[in-house]
Design a protein around this ligand. Structure first.
Ligand SMILES: *[C@@H]1O[C@H](CO)[C@@H](O)[C@H](O)[C@H]1NC(C)=O
Ligand SMILES: *[C@@H]1O[C@H](CO)[C@@H](O)[C@H](O)[C@H]1NC(C)=O
Ligand SMILES: *[C@@H]1O[C@H](CO)[C@@H](O)[C@H](O)[C@H]1NC(C)=O
Length: 489
């Protein structure tokens, strides 16, 4: 179901002397109404084609855009939103693509049961309209002016001019301050400040549940170098405090609920995030940052024009990269050897299917080859596996045996479609997989990562996994076990 916020739902505010308008939606459902899902909510503006030609999303992503009519003479590609431009009004666009639709997975639907009584204010959003005659030659004039305006809007938020009782003013809200530390016992003896970490209040739930929560309100910020943070203007209610730290696997959740009251401030001290860790690192692949951006990203097929985004950081924003796997690995699947392979050049950024024909795609199996000098057969090892995105696949993990039932299986997961959307991350998933020492051998070992074909359903180009980070840990050292036991007592 697509809900476009229209008429009654939507409210508009214009302020004297302010070039633009504010819009917000007040959504409400009463108890007893039938259960249903909201899959997408959007505010849609139809822009005049003769006025709007340039789009700026961020400092790095700005460009003149093709027109709707340019699509008509184009060649349709792997999904209907993708068209290879052949005869564009601006000939410079020929060989390019235009994409419109937003994809979303069912995991983040807003779900309602009959007994739910629910209200939510979405917005206000400010639609700022600026113009400058010199911008025809230099569009950055408008962009930079809009950025200045954004600073002003941020400073004014939450707005005091709305008359709706549902929209709480600053003095009706509360705040929270604190410090987040991270304590990976095998990295440092003492907890270390979690600098630049993401910290947020979201409705109560399991660690990481904030990712798929959008029925209530969430308030997020980033910590400073010392791990200190402050979140202001929080709507009163009961929350959990969540967080994640770039460079550290797993999700932080503070043990107790946080009650935010109007006009008051909560102080939480000594928040220590104990990230997953059972033993010393035997090897690792990638950086635990919830993205696949650090892995090998190919150039697109020369048939498609390279988008002029900053290639060093945006290389993944190109059409058709999924099919480059089959070009690079025409016969045998990817094999990554610990000690000689380099994840920046030898780990394809997405574990994709193999193109077998025009519309045929086959599952693939990747291998990680690693050596162990000693193996404690009685002990447990741990595979820490985190995914940056998944689309309609089952991932199976096997050690040293490609035929037996999998050692571990994710089950059928993912509707992120990050690959088709030229993204590099979707929902974050983390698996801590115990591996019995019996499965390992002294000398060469092989870890198989296999795409499974669920119920024999047909695979396409987008069934894929993006790995975030993989780490094999040795057996738990005795002192760490003791430290953890003490913590749990
Ligand atoms: C390309 O577009 C122009 C102008 O719209 C049109 O006259 C021409 O026939 C088109 N060429 C092709 C090959 O479609
Ligand atoms: C247009 O942009 C130029 C360059 O930034 C600036 O000097 C000028 O004041 C702007 N004009 C208006 C009307 O904002
Ligand atoms: C290894 O893990 C298994 C299953 O989780 C557990 O039963 C066993 O006690 C563990 N062995 C050691 C040595 O920790």
């Amino acid at each position: 179901m697509l809900i476009v916020f229209l008429g009654k739902l939507n409210r508009y505010v214009m302020l004297r002397g302010s070039p633009g308008f504010y819009t917000y939606a007040l959504l409400e459902r009463l108890e007893g109404w039938p259960s249903f899902l909201i899959q997408e909510g959007r505010i849609v503006f139809k822009l005049q084609e003769n006025k709007f030609h340039y789009m700026a999303m961020s400092d790095e992503r700005q460009r003149f855009m093709p027109m709707y009519e340019d699509r008509k003479s184009g060649e349709p590609l792997a999904y209907k939103e993708a068209v290879l431009l052949k005869n564009a009004t601006n000939p410079e666009f020929n060989g390019e693509m235009f994409i419109s639709r937003h994809y979303i997975g069912t995991d983040i639907d807003v779900k309602f049961e009959t007994q739910d009584n629910w209200k939510k204010v979405i917005g206000p959003n400010f639609i700022y309209l600026n113009s400058n005659a010199s911008a025809l030659a230099d569009p950055s004039i408008l962009w930079n002016d809009a950025k200045l305006r954004l600073q002003k809007e941020e400073a004014d938020w939450p707005y005091n001019f709305l008359h709706s009782n549902e929209y709480l003013k600053s003095d009706q809200r509360g705040s929270i301050t604190g410090q987040l530390l991270v304590h990976d016992r095998l990295v440092s003896e003492q907890p270390m400040p979690a600098g630049s970490a993401y910290v947020g209040l979201a409705p109560p739930g399991a660690a990481g549940s904030w990712q798929i929560e959008n029925k209530g309100y969430q308030f997020w910020t980033r910590t400073n170098e010392e791990g200190n943070f402050e979140i202001k203007n929080v709507i009163p209610g009961t929350y959990n405090l969540f967080g994640w730290v770039s460079g550290v696997v797993g999700d932080f959740k503070h043990v107790s609920d946080i009650a935010i009251n109007p006009g008051s401030s909560v102080k939480v001290e000594n928040l220590v995030f104990d990230p997953p860790r059972n033993g010393p690192t035997l090897w690792e692949i990638g950086i635990p940052d919830r993205s696949a951006v650090e892995f090998f990203i190919p150039d697109p097929n020369p048939k498609f024009k390279l988008h002029p985004y900053k290639l060093s950081i945006q290389k993944f924003r190109q059409y058709g990269l999924w099919d480059r796997y089959t070009d690079l690995y025409p016969k045998n699947d990817l094999v990554f050897t610990i000690g000689t392979s380099n994840y920046k050049t030898d780990w394809f950024f997405a574990h994709v299917t193999r193109k077998m024909g025009e519309t045929e795609y086959a599952p693939t199996t990747w291998q990680i080859v690693f050596n162990l000098n000693t193996v404690d057969k009685q002990a447990n090892y741990t595979l820490q596996l985190s995914l940056a995105s998944a689309t309609a696949l089952d991932l199976q993990v096997r050690f040293n045996d490609q035929i037996s039932p999998p050692h571990f299986e994710t089950g059928f997961i993912g509707r992120d479609n990050a690959l088709a959307r030229h993204g590099i991350r979707g929902l974050y998933r983390f698996y801590s997989i115990p591996v019995q020492g019996l499965k390992l051998v002294v000398g060469e070992n092989k870890l198989f990562l296999t795409q499974a074909n669920r119920n024999g359903s047909k695979l396409g180009p987008f069934n894929s996994i993006m790995y975030d980070y993989i780490r094999l840990e040795g057996p738990t050292p005795i002192n760490v076990g003791v430290a953890q036991q003490k913590q749990n007592m």
